[in-house]
Every structure is written in C-alpha cells, then in structure tokens.
Design a protein around this ligand. Sequence first.
Ligand SMILES: Nc1ncnc2c1ncn2[C@@H]1O[C@H](COP(=O)(O)OP(=O)(O)OP(=O)(O)O)[C@@H](O)[C@H]1O
Length: 272
Amino acid sequence: MARCNHAESQKHETLLTLIGVDVIRGKRQLLCNLNLVFNAGEFIALAGENGCGKSSLLTVIGGLAPLDKGTLLFNGEALSEIGLRKLANYRAVMAQSASTPFGFVVDEILQLARHHIIESPDNRHHIIGKIAEQFDITHLLSRNIQTLSGGERQRVFLSKAILQLLPVNPKDSLVGKLLLLDEPTSALDLRHQKLVMQQLVSLSNQGLCIVCVSHDLNLISPYCSRMILLAEQGCIADDKPENALTIDTLARCYHTQLNVIRNQEHDVFVTH
Ligand SMILES: Nc1ncnc2c1ncn2[C@@H]1O[C@H](COP(=O)(O)OP(=O)(O)OP(=O)(O)O)[C@@H](O)[C@H]1O
C-alpha cells in the first residue's frame, strides 16, 4: 500500500498556520485555542465524534466562515485578507453533502471548477478528461448530476474540487495549494474507496496539502501521513496514524471502548 511519503519528499513548506483558533457555533464553543501547522505535501486525516466541530473547522480554515478568535495564516498571509476570488486558486473545499440546486450536466460542473483559470479550451478538455478517468466518472460526463447515485455524485464533486486547483501545465507543482474534503468517501464502494485514496496520495506526493474529514479510520489511516483527533474542544492527538490511534486516544475521542490491532507493517486497525 502506497502511503503519502511526505516525510521523504521534503515538501515541508508551511501552508496553513492556526494560532489560538476558537470555533463557536450558536452558543456552543466547539474548539478552543487550536494551534496547528499544515504543510505542503501532507495528507492529513481529521477525525472525531459527531458534532465535535470537524466540518465547522473545515469551513473556517477554508475561509468560508468567519474566524471567531485567533489567527489563520495561509501561505504567510492573514486568510481573512485574501479575497475569495484569489483564494479559489489556492484552496478548494468539498462539502459533506455537495450538490447543485439545478440539474447541471456533469461536464458543465467540472468546467465551472476552472472558470477562474485562463487556459485554452483544448487544455481544459484534456485536464477534465484526465481527472474524469482517474476518478472513474468518464461515463458520467454527459449525465444530469441529479440523476446520479450517491457514490457517483461524490466522485464528481471530488473531481470538481481537485480540478479547481490543478495548474494549466500538469508538470507544475501543487505546493502552496490546499484541498479540504469533508467525508469524501462516505458513499463509495470498496473499489472506489481504494481508487480515491490512491489518487489522493498521488496528489499529496505532488505537493498538494490535503485535509480530509473521515469517520472511516481503517480506510484512511494506511494512506494518510498524519492523523488529527479532535475531542475535548481541542486536538488530543496529532501524529502518524499508528501513533495517534491508541486505545486511550480513541476512548477520549469516541467515549467508548475500542480495540486497536497492528500488523507487521505497523498499519493500525480499529475494531469494536
Ligand atoms: N449554524 C449553527 N448554529 C448552531 N449550531 C451549529 C451550527 N452549525 C453547526 N452547529 C452545531 O455545531 C456542532 C458541530 O457541527 P459540525 O458539523 O462541525 O460537526 P462534525 O464534527 O463535522 O460532525 P459530524 O461527524 O456529525 O459530521 C454540532 O453540534 C452542530 O449541531
């Protein structure tokens, strides 16, 4: 299994810095005083119990919701100072239930992802075709999005988020770009789960920083380079998955007794 090789790649340029960040929704303080650094080339899993604030955090670090307290630096610049138009070149977000209000054709949705990029129609067509192939949606390009299955739709919106960030020249690096994914594999079958994980590893090895919310620890931990567990209004573990996932951290996170199995390759599996 090919894990993201962030450690070897030395693509450790700081991309996003969170200093003393609070996340508050309604009257609830979800997260308090978060201090984190996300680097180029990392594939980071973000996990925690329902309602702990994972999606809320993603919207804040994606610049889609205001910061309640603290500082967020994106490529060294205050995130709040970067306009959404400029930000679209550097970060893309796939929401948990990504959808469109109208019955767009899939190809139109993918074209829209690159509306801020100056490129020839041929180039755009080529890049969309390549990503469609990689995420197994080529056969869906002429379909109405509203007629797709949940898993098919999820692969389309994941492709859309990635297309937003891909450079015109495929040889250019993805360092400096951030992909935020909220449970992108929740509707996928086993083949497509594996395919998506492999593609995400490949993108992170090209320098893309990926932060992926997931409840499927056993799916993501063999592939990600880092696992962050949120609980108790903060980050209770931030390490390689084999170090972050322990009986103790899982009990603090999920308030139940879970078991951890390790294989000879040090992959870790969580069981009930
Ligand atoms: N606009 C809002 N007003 C009030 N409460 C909110 C608002 N948005 C989110 N919440 C609450 O904040 C908490 C965190 O929500 P969030 O969606 O960030 O959780 P999550 O960790 O992503 O959960 P899940 O694993 O279920 O997707 C939840 O209890 C939710 O009900």
